[in-house]
Ligand binder design. Structure first.
Ligand code: NAP
Length: 490
């Protein structure tokens, strides 16, 4: 089909969308990415110990399964290599324009197409735009006073400075989320002194993630075993985490008890135990999987600091109790600007409306993908499509399929574009928000919420529900823009 599609982002979302579109006859697909190559978050995050915390048999495309994963949850290099290989095998690697940062995408009302502008001053025109920049692309460093005056070296976990040798150094790690939990156990034995600044404790479940023994690797190569394993991981293992989050009074306590027993067993030091024990509902924030984090915190050269960080000074970090923690390196494990989505990219839709303005009181999109006033614009990993208990790849594949069916439907109708009806989008947003009622997600503050407290990143249900909801586009939910006409109709 001759419809031109520009995909912004060459991570799992963008590559998956390109493969889906090409496999269904869309020949004119271009992928733009600000980074120097394919990979998205797996290209950026190279910190020691970086790995996926979702088992690889599920954190991989359903159409490109591997029987050769080295362990349950693969390390970053293996995942990056996998994504590059899949892109190559499906012939979409050459569609990627690296080092191409998109600054704006504008709908041209006259020509009925998108104009995608890059930092280099180039313009790409497209009948459809897929924004696949994800929720975890923009490192966040909190505005702590004095951070620019620090005399030592500081960097974010997603921009790891591999030139900076940590051996013997006095290091501060600020933040104790999923990234810190992976790199702290790696650097703790190497550094001289490590101060871990924790604002909130986490719930943990065990995970050693050792290399598969030869027998397991051999078993996984037996035809059918891989398939059953994937099914089990998807339906029984990960959806059970969602179950516990959705039902914090009934199912939640079961997994919480498992977490409590595990943590109590690992936390031999009563002082550290007191400091790190979480005080919020299980599952409200991301449950972390590590058998190494709590032991690392109890090393002689590691201190857990729970007094809040007041300022950064040239010599170190000053906490609220007045103490100066002298360090020569600060590592920010403070996560990402998850609620910024694609911004600061300008997204200008029909009649000059700006997506930033449309989302001023919180981002929302039909099924996380389509927004009224923005014809043929599809967001992947958009609002309310993150998962706390699943694999994002399942969601991304569902989205790629949905985008493809939308463009096929437009072709069938001879329409220039599909635009979601405002009442459909409003109703689906209301439905998503009401599905959070009574769940653990509502029980504390987290990066899933915006300033108003609205949960804007996560899907409130199971993977299977999202797959079902997005199986194919419902034409009645859309207005179909006909070429040369101002407004549309089925
Ligand atoms: P994160 O989970 O958002 O953790 C950020 C940490 O920084 C939290 O401990 C947070 O404390 C702390 N923090 C933020 N602002 C602070 C401030 N002003 N002062 C003190 N502490 C502050 O970020 P992340 O660890 O980079 O992970 C982000 C997401 O990426 C994860 O949830 C996950 O979805 C994904 N991820 C996945 C993997 C994987 O698959 N293995 C690995 C890494 C990341 P509070 O808890 O109090 O807010």
């Amino acid at each position: 089909m001759s419809r031109r599609v520009v995909i912004i982002g060459a991570g799992f979302g963008g590559i998956g969308a390109a493969i889906e579109l090409r496999a269904h006859g869309f020949t004119d697909v271009t992928i733009l990415d600000a980074a120097p190559g394919i990979g998205g978050t797996w290209l950026a995050n190279t910190y020691p110990g970086a790995a996926c915390d979702v088992p690889s048999h599920l954190y991989s495309y359903s159409f490109a399964q591997r029987r050769t994963w080295s362990r349950l949850c693969s390390p970053q290099s293996e995942i990056l290599e996998y994504l590059r290989a899949v892109a190559r095998e499906h012939g979409v690697d050459h569609l990627v324009r690296p080092d191409t940062k998109v600054t704006a995408t504008r709908w041209d009302d006259e020509a009925r197409l998108w104009r995608v502008e890059t930092e280099q001053g180039d313009e790409y025109t497209a009948d459809a735009v897929v924004i696949a920049t994800g929720q975890l692309a923009q490192p966040s460093i909190p505005a702590i006073p004095g951070k620019d005056d620090f005399a030592g070296r500081s960097f974010h976990s997603a921009e790891w400075d591999h030139e900076h040798d940590l051996t013997g150094r006095r290091v501060a790690v600020i933040g104790t989320g999923a990234s810190a939990v992976q790199f702290v156990p790696e650097i703790a034995p190497v550094v001289g002194k490590l101060s871990v600044f924790q604002r909130t404790g986490n719930w943990f479940l065990p995970r050693k993630n050792l290399r598969y023994p030869r027998s397991v690797r051999a078993l996984l190569k037996v035809p059918g075993v891989q398939k059953v394993r994937r099914w089990g991981l998807k339906r029984l293992y990960l959806e059970s985490l969602t179950l516990s989050i959705r039902h914090p009074r009934t199912a939640g306590p079961v997994l919480r008890l498992k977490s409590q027993i595990f943590m109590r067993h690992q936390l031999r030091d009563p002082e550290v135990r007191r400091k790190v024990w979480p005080d919020y509902t299980f599952g409200c924030k991301r449950v972390l999987f590590s058998s190494y984090w709590l032991p690392a915190l109890q090393r002689d050269n590691v201190e857990v600091v729970t007094d809040s960080v007041e300022r950064v000074e040239p010599e170190g970090v000053r906490t609220k109790d007045g103490r100066l923690h002298e360090v020569d390196t600060i590592i920010w494990g403070t996560g990402f600007r998850t609620t910024s989505f694609m911004f600061p990219m300008e997204v200008i839709g029909r009649e000059g409306r700006s997506l930033r303005d449309e989302w001023a009181s919180g981002p929302h999109a039909h099924l996380g993908m389509t927004v009224p006033g923005f014809p043929n614009l599809f967001v992947m990993y958009g609002p309310n499509t993150n998962t706390s208990g699943g694999s994002i790849i399942v969601y991304l594949e569902a989205q790629a399929r949905y985008v493809r069916t939308a463009l096929e439907e437009a072709d069938r109708r001879g329409a220039s574009a599909a635009e979601v009806r405002p009442e459909v989008e409003a109703a689906s947003d209301a439905e998503v928000q009401s599905a959070f009622e009574g769940t653990a997600w509502q029980a504390c503050d987290s990066w899933y919420r915006d300033e108003s407290g609205r949960i804007i990143t996560n899907w409130p249900g199971y993977m299977s529900q999202y797959e079902k909801a997005t199986e194919a586009i419902d034409p009645d939910e859309y207005v179909w823009l006909a070429p040369g006409e101002q407004k549309v109709s089925p």
